[in-house]
Design a protein around this ligand. Structure first.
Ligand code: MN3
Length: 193
């Protein structure tokens, strides 16, 4: 085994009422575990890649010495692993406000509210499953966009800073089809900005 399910640094119920305990438990224990297991399964065939950071492997996705089926499996499950890790850690209630990032967001998007509006629109307009992202691009500029499935900004050469999982498994038990409500409420569990 190369990767283990990262330990969740908080209890399932601490994000209530915005994200309910049952959703957290299923999302973390079932979904994140499956991505972890499938990532290990594909990397098992490539021992030379075990000591390289996952971020670097995703940055070099196109040139990894894999066949195309494994490259797709790695993209989906390596992305699924690292995206979920970031998403769950971002929601840690003990996380402190990042003053530097807040300042940069204000400078780039005029205000935190305008940034959130842009981010929410991106999350809401994503067709099907995926994530909304705040990233730092290759010029160190902040950008907001969404990516489908478990695609990672690392594969575009960008550094992810904030992500919101808008797969239905992230909200359906509590919100059913009301993605907009989930997105709006989600900001209550993000202490970073
Ligand atoms: Mn998810």
């Amino acid at each position: 085994m190369v990767y283990e399910l990262p330990k969740l640094p908080y209890a399932y119920d601490v994000l209530e009422p915005y994200i309910d305990a049952r959703t957290m438990e299923f999302h973390y224990l079932k979904h994140h575990q499956v991505y972890t297991d499938k990532l290990n399964l594909v990397l098992h065939k490539y021992p030379d890649l075990h000591n390289q950071p996952l971020e670097d492997l995703l940055k070099n996705l196109k040139s990894l010495p894999m066949d195309e089926a494994d490259r797709t499996a790695f993209k989906n499950n390596g992305g699924g692993y690292i995206n979920h890790k970031m998403f769950f850690f971002l929601m840690d209630p003990k996380k402190e406000k990042d003053e530097e990032l807040t300042k940069r967001i204000n400078e780039t998007f005029e205000s935190i509210d305008k940034f959130k509006e842009l981010f929410n629109t991106s999350a809401l307009n994503l067709f099907g499953s995926g994530y909304a992202w705040l990233v730092e691009d290759e010029n160190k500029d902040l950008k907001v966009y969404s990516l489908p499935n478990q695609d990672s900004p690392y594969t575009l050469g960008h550094n992810p800073l904030i992500c919101l999982d808008v797969w239905e498994h992230a909200y359906y038990l509590n919100y059913q089809n009301r993605r907009a409500d989930y997105i709006k409420n989600w900001w209550n569990v993000l202490k970073l900005i």
